[in-house]
Design a binder for this molecule. Structure first.
Ligand code: EPZ
Length: 422
């Protein structure tokens, strides 16, 4: 099991590229299964979750080729003949559950393992299943597997309201409906850029989808979908993570290239409130740290509000702010597993239900800390980079799931981050 050894404090200076988005690529890969011919997707990051999903898709008989040098995936579903997704792979990566919608959409039948939970909660899929039933699918659960099937070639469809709004459920219902439902309307649909990108790929394949990016998405049945060439989006969460990293040390100034600023919603404005200078110039974002970080409280919301996937990173920034702030999590009920680890580094944070109160301005000092999930672990790296002395961040396999070439990118900016065997 690997760890990072980090020497701090170190300012970050220079320019780094943003990789393709994990959370946008996974739905695109599932969509490729719906085509009657091969699709190829560019800007796919070399991340553990992508390799896991490649293997999940291969189980069905679909051919998947990952040209790592070009970050390009080719998916050929011509020989898809086994519409199943097994537990030993689905449990590794929750988004494998998208196979339910993709396989039901393509073959009308699917047997997909229920996903496991994760570090911070049960992560239910009830909305996915109820939405499929509202569309006209038959859903049964047996021995930890979901058996989904559409009677006949198509179903009349209908409508379903997601409560709460769910990215995954929106993705899964779209995948199931595009080739099967005469007309299906999703209310309170997720508006994340990942959903908009999925809908644009499916539309290019021949799907009939209206309302992507709004709260109401209407799908009408397309008899066949063709494979396409399509480009993934840059990762908006990686972008936000590095923007926060650049604000943490007063002498930092970095430029991020290959960004898609319009996907960041309200985040750049929120970061500017700390005193950081944020300059957006086309696909480049330049961030210069403030001399003193102003405390700014945030509450996570669905898109385009403050993203829950940047919540841990923001709390870490606020440990260096000149005053008190709060971070309130409204998407998940317990996404604060990083807080005890930050306190080991010397941060002053108290937790009350879904709200962290951060008493900023405390110098951090290096020590060993433990990653618990993808976004928590990167916030520990950010903290260790400004802490005095040496830190070890353990179990960084969580990081390898979601941040491509992280130590290379941070070292390229002047940080002292080395990977070692734990
Ligand atoms: C996606 O997860 C992302 N994962 C998550 O990013 C992200 O945190 C989340 O959306 C919210 O933005 C991927 O895109 C692969 P949800 P997802 O369904 O789809 C509840 C990361 O770090 N809910 O939008 O699983 C759920 O419990 C990951 O990259 C139900 O109640 O999230 C949560 O409270 C972590 N029933 C809320 O909805 C359901 O059937 C939002 O979850 C489904 C969800």
């Amino acid at each position: 099991m690997d760890k990072f050894i980090i020497e701090g404090p170190a300012p970050l200076q220079g320019s780094i590229p943003i990789s393709g988005s994990k959370n946008a690529a996974l739905p695109l890969m599932a969509a490729a299964i719906l085509g009657d011919s091969p699709s190829s997707i560019s800007l796919v990051p070399k991340l553990k979750d992508i390799y896991t999903f490649n293997n999940v898709i291969r189980v069905t008989g679909t051919a998947v080729d990952f040209n790592e040098d070009e970050n390009r995936l080719t998916i050929d579903p011509s020989n898809l003949g086994f519409p199943e997704a097994p537990y030993d792979l689905v449990r590794k990566m929750r988004a494998s559950f998208y196979m339910l919608g993709a396989l039901m959409g393509r073959t009308g039948d699917a047997k997909v393992s229920l996903p496991g939970g994760c570090a911070w909660g049960p992560r239910p899929v009830d909305l996915h299943l109820k939405g499929m039933e509202a569309m006209g699918a038959e859903i049964t659960l047996e021995k930890g597997y979901v058996f989904g099937s559409f009677p006949g070639d198509s179903v009349p469809g209908g409508e379903y309201t997601l409560e709460p709004s769910s990215v995954g459920a929106t993705v899964n219902l779209i995948l199931a409906a595009v080739r099967r439902a005469d007309k299906f309307v999703i209310h309170n649909a997720a508006k994340e850029p990942d959903v908009v990108l999925l809908c644009s790929m499916l539309t290019k394949m021949g799907a009939n989808i209206e309302g992507a990016g709004t709260g109401t998405i209407t799908i009408k049945k397309a008899d066949a979908l063709k494979g396409v060439e399509f480009s993934n989006d840059p990762d908006r969460i990686e972008t936000g993570t590095f923007m926060i990293a650049a604000a943490m040390h007063p002498d930092s100034e970095i430029t991020l290239t290959g960004c898609k600023p319009e996907d960041l919603g309200s985040f750049p404005k929120t970061l500017s409130k700390t005193g950081a200078s944020v300059q957006i110039n086309g696909s480049e974002i330049k961030v210069k740290a403030p001399d003193t970080i102003k405390p700014v409280s945030v509450t996570t919301k669905i898109y385009p509000g403050f993203p829950t996937d940047l919540q841990a990173q923001w709390a870490t920034l606020m440990t260096q702010a000149d005053g008190e702030s709060t971070v309130t999590e409204t998407i998940y009920f317990d996404r604060f597993s990083y807080v005890p680890e930050l306190k080991r580094l010397g941060a002053s944070i108290s937790l009350e239900k879904n709200r962290a109160t951060i008493n900023g301005g405390k110098k951090l000092s290096g020590t060993s800390v433990m990653s618990t999930d993808l976004r928590a672990s990167v916030s520990l790296v950010l903290a260790a980079m400004v802490a005095n002395g040496q830190s070890e961040v353990l179990r960084i396999y969580h990081l390898d799931r979601g941040y491509e070439d992280l130590e290379q990118k941070l070292s390229g900016l002047g940080a002292s981050v080395t990977r070692a065997d734990d």
